[in-house]
Write a protein that binds this ligand. Structure first.
Ligand code: ATP
Ligand code: MG
Length: 212
């Protein structure tokens, strides 16, 4: 397979996610991969309409985008892209990578994904084309064992597994904690805690009104 890699090319990490909310697991994974591959920047790409998660209500894209901006603002190598939230219709990784390739035509793209998302890779559309557009970096994630069969169908020169310091944080757990009235301090950046409170995302359920 031709990689189209150019010696000395700019290296750009792409961290896609729903980021509902963004948490320190995402940020540590991005930071580790940035250092590991000496990336010039990591672009966080909040999803638009998340087709994988249509079974639950996802917070508005603008809220997820702004939380991602707040969480990444202090890191000079972190940026946020609106390509997925500005594109009409559901988000497919192939479209994300094509749009970013157009934005960074000479760059090597490194698509950063947790072990759980990597396991789903062949359920994504156009898997072969994905590998031609980017290197894939699979990050270990507590609670998600990487079984060898996951990697078996992926071209070995297109994916690298990286061990991330274990942070057993998920957005689902953060949302559930908020709904139970428990704190999310230190699981997500301070500014994100404040944004969630200000916009009343994941409101606490009153068990006396909603016994379910
Ligand atoms: P949810 O629980 O809503 O699915 P999430 O915590 O999995 O949220 P996503 O926005 O779905 O967050 O994840 C975006 C990407 O970040 C995915 O590739 C996911 O595997 C990865 N990721 C999320 N949490 C971690 C973590 N703690 N360590 C490493 N990778 C992570
Ligand atoms: Mg997830």
């Amino acid at each position: 397979m031709t990689t189209g890699l150019v010696p000395g090319a700019r290296r750009v990490g792409v961290m896609g996610g729903t980021f509902d909310p963004i948490h320190h697991g995402h940020l540590v994974a991005a930071s580790e991969v940035q250092a590991w591959f000496d990336l010039d920047e990591v672009v966080f790409v909040p999803t638009g309409d998340p087709w994988q998660k249509s079974d639950r209500d996802v917070s508005p894209a603008e809220d997820r985008y702004l939380m991602t901006v707040i969480a990444t603002a202090a890191n000079p190598r972190f940026n946020v892209s609106r390509v997925d939230i500005d594109r009409h219709g559901p988000t497919y990784t192939i479209d994300t990578l094509k749009d970013l390739k157009a934005r960074f035509p000479d760059a090597e793209l490194y698509f950063i994904t947790g072990a759980d998302a990597l396991a789903d890779i062949f359920t994504w559309r156009d898997a072969e084309e994905l590998f031609a557009l980017a290197q894939f970096v699979g990050c270990t994630r507590p609670g998600y064992a990487m079984d060898e069969s996951t990697l078996a169908g992926i071209p070995a020169d297109r994916v690298t597994m990286v061990e991330i310091p274990a942070l057993a944080i998920s957005s689902t757990d953060c949302r559930d904690r908020k709904r139970r009235g428990e704190p999310v301090w230190y699981l997500v950046p301070d500014g994100v805690v404040q944004y969630i409170a200000k916009h009343d995302l994941y409101p606490t359920k009153d068990p006396t009104k909603d016994p379910a």
